[in-house]
Unconditional design. Structure first.
Length: 436
């Protein structure tokens, strides 16, 4: 049986009617793009393709597919993320070159928005990760990296990630020598190292090492039942991500869709449900400015402009976020894996390692589901009294208390205090946390 790599590396003799065309192509250079061709040809009826499709070069085939994706996935928005899944980021992009579209006034306005909204920034990141981890292929590198699969490692990973992102927010990551620049380059290096690691394995090996031997997933059955009932039913063939991620032709490594999905997770609820995550008295221009910051960060991590989630104006980004959550995130929750619950627990439960904070896992899953308009009746009735009280308190703080500028100011100071305190834990305290 001919392997995929054999197909990719060889020249192909293709037949169409009475003519035979030999396509000489650099399969290695175009391997990921060609996997998209193979995926669609192995999945869909031949009649959907152009009659001369098999006579074309790979470049011509890919170009036609990119223009005609709606033939294969009708009524699915954001189809640009199909080819994005098969394109790696531009890891060779200059770390100092400033893109033509960078607007420093907008960037500084975004910085001001961050300084006034620390609580929503933290909450949105936590909830966004709960959502985006439903993209199973994007979760695998996190598990394989081995830096966040226990409660203590999750605590350290989240702590370092927040510290790094806050340095981006407070600086300009394209200015060499600044802390923001160093932290952006550190993230870029981690992505490169992970891509190299993944490319040294085949897909079967990746699947195997991204399984957690004894996952902590005590609530998965309740969650699956609720998600099965609450998530809208979609027509057959309307979930391209599932087709791609479960295909033998899926590419290895970090791709453009991975980066764009993380952007969407971090800015999506600011665009769609700002009041429900604690943003009040902010204009659309303020939120657009915050998204502009993330457009910059995506650019410096190698994300191609055409796939950047934060391109365009506020209205365009809001529609993109709505489509992303409705068609690309919510349906995946019906298929959450044991690893999804384990890894989301390793995000949420370590937040309790910080001083003052009490954050039950089920409470946060319920809030994350509320943002997607999913009625989780079984989860809700399973809450303990303390979890239920905490759920009500969090909802009140986010939706009502943070409307008051004086309360926002107090919470901003509290967030800074909490994170600084955790950064300076003693070795004895760290040892105790590691035992949990």
């Amino acid at each position: 049986m001919t392997s995929i790599s054999d197909i990719l590396e060889s020249s192909a003799t293709l037949n169409s009617g009475d003519k035979t065309t030999t396509v000489q192509a650099n399969r290695k250079e175009n391997s990921d793009e060609y996997k998209l061709v193979l995926l669609l040809k192995s999945t869909f009826d031949k009649k959907l393709f152009h009659k001369d499709f098999d006579t074309w070069t790979i470049e011509e085939q890919c170009s036609w597919i990119n223009r005609n994706l709606s033939k294969f996935y009708p009524n699915v928005p954001l189809l640009e993320y199909v080819p994005a899944y098969f394109h790696q980021p531009d890891f060779d992009r200059s770390s100092l070159k400033v893109p033509d579209w960078l607007d420093m006034d907008k960037y500084r306005r975004g910085q001001k928005f961050v300084r006034e909204n620390y609580v929503p920034i933290i909450i949105a990141k936590l909830l966004g990760l709960i959502h985006v981890y439903s993209l199973n292929d994007g979760l695998k590198p996190i598990i394989i990296g081995g830096h966040g699969h226990t409660l203590y490692l999750g605590f350290k990973r989240y702590q370092s990630t927040i510290k790094r992102i806050m340095s981006w927010y407070n600086g300009e990551p394209w200015v060499k020598g600044t802390q923001a620049y160093k932290d952006m380059q550190a993230t870029h290096k981690m992505h490169l190292m992970m891509r190299k690691k993944l490319c040294q394995m085949d897909n079967e090996q990746i699947d195997a090492v991204s399984k957690i031997a004894e996952p902590y997933c005590s609530d998965r059955e309740i969650l699956l039942e609720d998600f099965a009932t609450a998530c809208p039913f979609e027509k057959l063939g309307q979930r391209p991500y599932i087709m791609m991620s479960e295909s033998p032709y899926r590419p290895k490594g970090i791709n453009n869709m991975d980066l764009a999905a993380v952007q969407g997770a971090f800015v999506g609820m600011f665009l769609l449900r700002p009041q429900d995550i604690g943003v009040h008295d902010a204009t659309d221009k303020d939120i657009e400015a915050f998204c502009h910051m993330w457009r910059c960060y995506g650019y410096y991590l190698g994300l191609e402009d055409e796939y950047n989630f934060c391109r365009g104006n506020f209205k365009e980004m809001k529609q993109r976020a709505r489509d992303f959550y409705q068609h690309w995130i919510t349906p995946n929750l019906k298929n959450i894996s044991p690893e999804w619950e384990h890894m989301t627990r390793c995000i949420i439960e370590p937040i309790n390692f910080y001083p003052i904070i009490y954050m039950p896992y089920k409470t946060m899953i319920l809030i994350a589901s509320d943002l997607l308009n999913l009625k989780m009746s079984r989860l809700y009735t399973s809450l303990s009294y303390s979890e239920w009280i905490t759920y009500k308190v969090y909802k009140f703080i986010l939706q009502h208390a943070l409307k008051l500028s004086i309360i926002r100011g107090l919470f901003n100071k509290l967030v800074i205090y909490i994170f600084n305190k955790a950064q300076n834990y003693s070795s004895e305290k760290e040892a105790k946390l590691q035992e949990k």
